[in-house]
Design a protein. Structure first.
Length: 259
């Protein structure tokens, strides 16, 4: 699953709850879930899924040859690891390793939400779940305490391996530390780039997991999960919900849960 909201689904299914893991809302997040619900009456056929590029992220401006080379090398190294994910999914008509396809989609949403994303942000988006399958939830005890320990261990694992890959690609320590901080979601609610990544993760969760989650959770739990997802998003992220390529049934689920 993608992002914190998706992870919390597993805890919801176990009946565990707790406020300590709730992400802080973005500073401008003043809207209610009812406001969001009013905006998702129906899909937006005028915004086709094809408008999001699901391949290597773009570099902005006029980067030097060296910068392009190291960026391309880092993305290729990240993708090579994500391609090892044994779980297969289908995303927007493409079937492949889950973490590879989800990383591409998260990167595409980051580029959609941020006009000029920095290299650390793009690299963090690509590597946000790097080798995630190697540390399953069952590696830690059941319950909220075990869940939070697992999440911290995942963030550290993703950031550490990303740091090694970026160093191998020729990145400096400052850039590496910044990408690692974004992966760890340091400053969520205060840091613009961390919030952009969180928005992208929430959007990918809604697109790729909503129907499945709705089938597995009772209505009160589904409502709680969706409400928490929306509350973690910025105004720009919430507005982008209407651009998701969801069918009418999925939009109806969203509206019913958030009304």
């Amino acid at each position: 699953m993608v992002g914190r909201a998706a992870d919390e689904v597993e805890e919801a299914r176990r009946g565990t709850r707790g406020s300590s893991a709730r992400a802080r809302a973005a500073p401008e997040n003043k809207a209610t879930t009812a406001t969001v619900a009013n905006s998702v009456d129906s899909p937006r056929p005028d915004v086709p899924a094809a408008t999001l590029e699901l391949y290597p992220p773009r570099t902005r401006g006029q980067p030097s040859v060296g910068r392009v080379d190291r960026f391309a090398a880092a993305v290729a190294a990240i993708d090579a690891i994500n391609a090892q994910d044994p779980t297969t999914v289908t995303v927007r008509g493409r079937t492949g390793p889950k973490e590879l396809l989800h990383a591409e989609l998260v990167t595409a949403w980051v580029e959609r939400l941020e006009a000029h994303p920095s290299e650390p942000l793009l690299l963090a988006a690509r590597a946000h779940h790097l080798r995630r399958w190697s540390l399953p939830r069952t590696s830690y005890p059941a319950g909220r305490v075990g869940y939070l320990r697992w999440r911290r261990a995942l963030h550290d694992q993703h950031a550490t391996e990303l740091g090694r890959l970026l160093a191998d690609a020729g990145y400096d320590g400052t850039t590496i530390a910044r990408a690692q901080a974004i992966v760890r979601k340091e400053g969520l609610g205060r840091d613009r780039e961390v919030q952009v990544l969180e928005d992208a993760l929430c959007l990918v969760f809604l697109e790729t997991q909503l129907t499945d989650v709705a089938a597995r959770l009772d209505e009160p739990t589904l409502t709680r999960v969706l409400d928490k997802t929306v509350q973690k998003m910025s105004a720009a992220g919430r507005a982008a919900i209407t651009e998701l390529p969801l069918d009418a049934h999925a939009y109806a689920l969203l509206r019913r849960a958030l009304t």
